[in-house]
Design a protein around this ligand. Structure first.
Ligand code: OGA
Ligand code: NI
Length: 325
């Protein structure tokens, strides 16, 4: 497919091959040369793309497949059973949203269901289907460990010691979410399915999909289809990496456009600072004159509220915290 622009809207192209690939095992191998090379690659991926695939992550395929299977079971429960977890607010420990989210401009509607759990510092999960809670606990413990290890690499890539970001952002009490997204099969539910464009809060998002493609990232003004992501995590750099790095790494815009008839299930982990951390540009990256701060500091919990309020109004939180220089 050749990229073309019609009426100013970015169009989708498939360039999956050029998305950076990071080998997680090299980060943890304990071999200094390998580590410094991969740290450099992570920095470059964050700067050039704001996303990358992560292979050799070490999470057993069976655990992921079991998570996918039991997530499918959850969404196949009756509407009444799911209503028990109906969404109220951003800090609901367990929140199930089902239905339409409006695309602001042309009022097209997109369908997905989502089960969103706060899984750290406290772990929350529905008790049904039986087994979900145990599997999810194991899964998020492992994805959190990967996220923390990647943040160490990111910290080094910014020229800091590995533990600097962990310490500054209190990642021992990291606010971690697990969102399980369910885009039904077109045969089951004949409607436009997808997720509107957005960036994620937090530092790094870890996304695993069930082999049915749909994800697109906005890259150099064009929507790039990611294709299917075999046995790898898709890592997305998020808003608080942009804020902390004072704009060196950007929160990546992404969306989901479903062209495939099959159902798509994704396991999405956001990994942020602790809720009470006030996040602004790192003091090591700003100095009054040459490198002024580009974002206003804000407590992470307030950012989450602000995001919900602004996104509902068709805006982005950066509309309020970006400093125009
Ligand atoms: C998200 C997200 C994409 C997908 O949950 O933040 O971007 O394809 N999901 O589910
Ligand atoms: Ni997202």
């Amino acid at each position: 497919m050749s990229p073309s622009e019609s009426n100013g809207e970015p169009t989708s192209i498939e360039v999956q091959d050029s998305i950076p690939v990071i080998d997680y095992s090299l980060l943890t191998s304990g071999i200094p040369n390998e580590r410094s090379k991969v740290v450099q690659d992570i920095g470059k991926a964050c700067e050039d793309w704001g996303c990358f695939m992560l292979v050799n992550h070490g999470i057993p395929e069976t655990l992921i497949q079991e998570m996918m299977g039991i997530s499918d079971e959850f969404f196949n429960m009756t509407k009444e059973e799911k209503l028990e977890f109906e969404a109220h607010g951003v800090f609901d420990p367990i929140r199930c949203t089902s239905g339409l989210n409006l695309v602001n401009q042309n009022k097209d509607t997109l369908w997905r269901e989502c089960l969103r759990l706060i899984v750290h510092p406290d772990f929350n999960c529905p008790l049904k289907p039986p087994g979900l809670s145990e599997l999810a606990f194991d899964y998020v413990k492992r994805t959190r460990a990967i996220a923390l290890e990647l943040v160490k690499g990111v910290s080094e890539s910014l020229g800091f010691e590995a533990s600097y970001m962990n310490h500054e952002l209190n990642l021992d009490a990291s606010f971690q979410l697990l969102a399980i997204n369910y885009y039904p099969s077109i045969l089951e539910f004949d409607a436009s399915r997808g997720l509107i464009q957005h960036t994620d809060h937090g530092l790094l998002t870890l996304l695993y999909e069930n082999g049915v493609p749909g994800l697109e990232v906005l890259h150099n003004g064009k929507w790039v289809g990611i294709g299917s992501i075999p046995n790898a995590f898709f890592i997305i750099s998020a808003d608080h990496l942009e804020i902390f790095s004072n704009g060196k790494y950007k929160g990546k815009f992404h969306r989901t456009v479903m062209k495939d008839e099959r159902k798509r299930i994704t396991l999405v982990n956001t990994n942020g600072p602790s809720l009470d951390t006030i996040v602004g540009p790192s003091s090591r990256l700003v100095d009054g004159e040459n490198r002024p701060p580009r974002y206003l500091p804000m407590k992470y919990s307030e950012y989450l509220e602000c995001q919900t309020r602004l996104v509902t109004a068709g805006k982005h939180p950066f509309d309020e915290i970006r400093i125009h220089i």
